[in-house]
Design a protein around this ligand. Structure first.
Ligand SMILES: O=C1O[C@H](COP(=O)(O)O)[C@@H](O)[C@H](O)[C@H]1O
Length: 329
């Protein structure tokens, strides 16, 4: 089966759509002008929709994905602040949009078409908020406050039903670590944080909300690396056996194995990859890893070995320019 790849390229104010054929060829099937710089994107296959955060006239545009997997714009909602990350709750009725510059999270309701309707609630004072996502039980929203070195936790039912937040907890992360993106273990109660400023990944035990704690802090870069740290993205596989993380300064993609019971990490390998890899994506069958480089202006596709987690270069495609976010259908 073919895989369709969606890439936000703010440098040319466009979304690229590429097709990875069964024979592993990459072809461009559409490049659409977004009338503004697209940054985070989120694909909702259940409704054939693609949400795109646009700046500097801040908004979320919604695109419909047709049978050929091409897109056209169907809806737009204005926002006060630019957004850096979009996620949905587990019922796909709400969006959570994090704003690093606005230090907040917008909770937005979706109508029956899946279009963003109203800002229901705004969680304020999350300094340098780069990411927010609800846990698999659809109860607690976890978000990163990069400038505070904290991870915040909020109960989503309170915000949706009562327009309030009484329940608010936070976990203090390493000093000057800068937690940026998170990834939830698919079946166990562990959470992984990539830290922008210290080249590390944290493993967090979230079994008991009264006692959330960091159980491991591991360096993600080779010991001989002496450059600056600039951690970016982190994703765990659907099988829960492997975790991947990127650094934009070292241009390295690190592969970890995940302990079956304790969720802890062990480095398997490092790969030199695209230049300034701000975003990458793993397809839902854990078969391919797609990574874009803001400086190299290209996409690389790797095949993932399901037994070892190791990557094998498959293909590369030029993206003009500053590709910043990638996802697939
Ligand atoms: O990861 C980062 O994100 C912030 C915000 O990104 P922006 O594209 O919204 O400006 C950025 O300022 C920071 O330098 C970068 O490391």
């Amino acid at each position: 089966m073919s895989i369709f790849i969606y890439i936000a390229a703010p440098g040319t104010e466009s979304i690229y759509i590429l097709k990875l054929s069964q024979k592993k060829y990459l072809t461009k099937i559409q490049q659409i002008n977004t009338e503004g710089e697209p940054q985070p994107i989120l694909l909702l296959p259940e409704k054939n929709l693609l949400y795109v955060g646009i700046r500097p006239k801040n908004r979320i545009d919604t695109y419909y994905i047709d049978n050929e997997k091409k897109i056209y714009k169907v809806h737009s909602i204005q926002l006060e602040y630019p957004i850096n990350h979009i996620s949905t709750d587990q019922t796909k009725n709400f969006l959570f949009c994090s704003s690093y510059h606005g230090n907040l999270i917008y909770l937005i309701s979706l109508n029956h078409f899946g279009y963003p309707e109203h800002i229901l609630f705004t969680i304020k004072n999350i300094y340098g908020c780069h990411f927010s996502q609800v846990d698999i039980e659809n109860k607690i929203l976890f978000s990163t406050a990069l400038k505070e070195n904290k991870i915040y936790m909020h109960k989503i039912s309170e915000m949706i039903e009562n327009n309030t937040i009484n329940f608010k907890k936070h976990l203090i992360m390493g000093k000057n670590s800068g937690p940026r993106h998170l990834s939830f273990h698919p079946t166990k109660k562990y959470l992984y944080s990539i830290n922008e400023f210290n080249g590390t990944v944290d493993v967090i035990n979230i079994h008991n909300m009264e006692n959330i704690n960091i159980i491991q802090n591991i360096n993600m870069l080779p010991i001989e690396y002496t450059g600056k740290f600039w951690g970016a993205d982190i994703h765990i596989t659907q099988c829960g056996k492997f975790l991947y993380a990127t650094d934009r300064s070292a241009n390295i993609l690190t592969v970890f194995s995940v302990h079956e019971v304790f969720g802890t990490l062990k480095i398997i390998n490092h790969y030199i990859t695209e230049k300034q890899p701000r975003s990458f994506h793993i397809d839902h069958n854990d078969q391919y890893l797609f990574i874009v480089g803001q400086q190299s202006n290209s996409l690389t596709v790797y095949h993932m070995n399901d037994k070892t987690g190791l990557l094998h270069f498959l293909n590369n495609f030029s993206i003009n320019n500053n590709p910043l976010w990638v996802t697939t259908y």
